[in-house]
Design a protein around this ligand. Structure first.
Ligand code: NAD
Length: 380
């Protein structure tokens, strides 16, 4: 089959869904690859690099849609892109079907098969295709780098002839994939790192990354733990305890990285205005939950704001795109693994096996039907 990647047209998006390396892997599966001219440029992959990897470079998105069986991209398609889909064509990209019902219906009407990378079930076998995790890992890392860029001091403590420098104190709120990556980055830069999560089972992971788990004294342990490894909303009593603990920590903490999310809900507000006001000048907050409303009361999505007391709050929502080369490499690998599972005989023939938990879970339209939401996976 022919696989083609588009140049992303969303403002500020620098990633690309196919790299020269992933194209070589796809060719080993029996596929031919094409790319829209300039698609990899912002991620550091030139058209010449694609050509050297055996990829045909086509002049326009239109030419890609005309030519290929499978379109791969990063962002959910814009209306103009979805309009170019053909019957029987497959699109693989982030799609967010719960938030884009009209786009979903439009793709169904077009007769296209859509595989949503954000719907890949989070089971062990699918980890190699888990683009949410690969991008969250980058976001967590980049959040710390971005914080350090705005923080006017070292992370690591030093005693030099010029004086004694205390280590920075970092608090990570939410220890999922992004939070753990942030912890690893902050500790490797030498900060004293604390982390909090409502799921008590992550305490061990937090400690193994070199951070201290912020423990709350509460009768039912951390009560926001839910089934399936995700968090549920906390009780008002628990939330009060949590906020009281953060209020106590705020004057001491130099950098706060918040990543707390609850599936299907707005981000919980955990870093309140009075906590921001209690922080020292020069402190930095990076709110990785900004796109879902933010964990901090004062976050402005996509902006960096400096408060009157000299605290910087960063609400960027494009951290993976800010590391476009790395993000594209990992995302293109996730896509390549998805295509490997769709090509079981490695003969360039795609078999869309709806009995496969991973393929079924990620498929949101197929053969003229909306197939979202999927049934729960059979294998945990
Ligand atoms: P997420 O992005 O949904 O949430 C981030 C974190 O915020 C979670 O750890 C959550 O517990 C925490 N949180 C929610 N409310 C909070 C609050 N009030 N205070 C503090 N923290 C709060 O999480 P994620 O990174 O997508 O990971 C969720 C789960 O999925 C984890 O258990 C992870 O290990 C699991 N996972 C499994 C796989 C796999 O098996 N393939 C892949 C990735 C993640």
């Amino acid at each position: 089959m022919k696989i083609g990647a588009l140049r992303e047209i969303s403002a500020g998006e620098s990633r690309v869904a196919l790299t020269p390396d992933s194209a070589l892997q796809l060719q080993k599966l029996g596929h031919a690859c094409v790319i829209e001219a300039g698609a990899g440029e912002k991620a550091g992959f030139s058209d010449a690099a694609y050509t050297a990897a055996g990829v045909d470079v086509l002049a326009s998105a239109h030419a890609v849609f005309e030519t290929v069986d499978v379109v791969v991209k990063v962002r959910a398609p814009e209306p103009a892109e979805a309009a170019m889909l053909r019957e029987g064509q497959t699109l693989i990209s982030f799609f967010w079907p719960a938030q884009t019902p009209e786009l979903l219906e439009f793709c169904r009407e077009k007769g296209a098969t859509v595989i949503a990378m954000d719907m890949v079930p989070r089971i062990s076998r699918a980890q190699k295709m888990d683009a949410l995790s690969s991008m969250a890992n980058i976001a967590g890392y980049r959040a710390v780098i971005e914080a350090s860029n705005h923080f006017g001091r070292f992370f690591t403590g030093q005693i030099t002839a010029a004086g004694k420098v205390p280590p920075a104190k970092v608090l990570v709120v939410g220890a999922g994939v992004a939070g753990l990556a942030a912890i690893g980055t902050a500790t490797s830069l030498g900060a004293i790192t604390y982390a909090f999560d409502v799921r008590p089972e992550v305490a061990e992971q937090i400690e193994s990354m070199g951070a201290q788990f912020v423990f709350l004294e509460f009768e039912q342990a951390q009560d926001g733990a839910a089934t399936g490894g995700y968090a549920a909303p906390s009780s008002p009593e628990f939330r009060e305890k949590q906020l009281a603990k953060f209020r106590e920590l705020a004057p001491e903490i130099d950098i706060v990285i918040t990543t707390a999310l609850i599936p299907g809900r707005p981000a919980p507000k955990l870093w309140t205005q009075d906590m921001v006001e209690a922080m020292r000048p020069g402190s930095v907050i990076v709110d990785l939950a900004a796109e879902r409303g933010g964990n901090c009361d004062l976050t402005v999505p996509d902006e960096k704001v400096v408060m009157e007391n000299g605290v910087t709050i960063i609400g960027y929502t494009d951290f993976p795109s800010r590391m476009a080369a790395q993000a594209s490499t990992l995302y293109a690998n996730n896509i390549r693994h998805m295509l490997a599972d769709l090509t079981p005989s490695k003969d360039g023939v795609i078999v869309h096996n709806m009995d496969d938990d991973v393929i079924r879970g990620a498929t949101v339209t197929h053969q003229g039907a909306i197939t979202y939401p999927p049934p729960p996976p059979k294998v945990p």
